[in-house]
Design a protein. Sequence first.
Lengths: 116, 110
Amino acid sequence: DTGVSQDPRHKITKRGQNVTFRCDPISEHNRLYWYRQTLGQGPEFLTYFQNEAQLEKSRLLSDRFSAERPKGSFSTLEIQRTEQGDSAMYLCASSPPRTGVSGELFFGEGSRLTVL
Amino acid sequence: AQRVTQPEKLLSVFKGAPVELKCNYSYSGSPELFWYVQYSRQRLQLLLRHISRESIKGFTADLNKGETSFHLKKPFAQEEDSAMYYCALSSSSNDYKLSFGAGTTVTVRA
C-alpha cells in the first residue's frame, strides 16, 4: 500500500502523559496536513507543511501541540500533558505540489487518541 | 472566513430512491467545492469536485453561487452508497486548505 500511513492507529493514555503520532505521506507529495476529528464533526484543520516548512498553525493548536517534518518526508505530531479534551481522531493527509488548480488530499486512516 | 454547513446529520433512503445531500457555504470569493466520502472502515477519500463537473458513481453536484450551495445528488441510491459524506471548501486566498462540514451519514435500506 503506497498510501498515507499513520502510526499508531490507536493510543490510550492517561491524562498528563505525552503522546506522539507519526505520518508517512505519499512519497512524491510535498504538502502534508494534520486534521483533528471529534465525534459528530468533520475534520478540523490543525497545521500543514510544504516540504519541511510549517506554513500555518490553527488556533486549535495550543502550545501543548507541536508538529515537525524535519526532512520534508514523514511528520510527527506531539501532544504534551494530554487532557481529556484531546481525545479525537488525528488525521494526516498529503497532496502533490499545486499546479494552480486545486488538488485532492490523500488521507491516512487516522490515529485515534483516548485520554483517560 | 470560510464555513461549510451540512444541515442533515442523518439521511435514510430506500434502495432505488433518489438521494440529495445538502451543503451550503459561506465565502466571499471564488471557492472550490468538493465532496469527500468515507465508507465503513475505509479512509476519507475524494468523491468529486465542482471544477470537474463530472459524475462519479452516479453522483453529481452543481455549484450554485447565487444560493451558495453545492448539493450532492444521485437519482437511484444503491446499498453501497451507505457512507459518511463531507462537503468541503477551499480557496486560493486560504492556500487551498480544506474546510469541512460536519458530515451527513447516509443509510440506504434494501
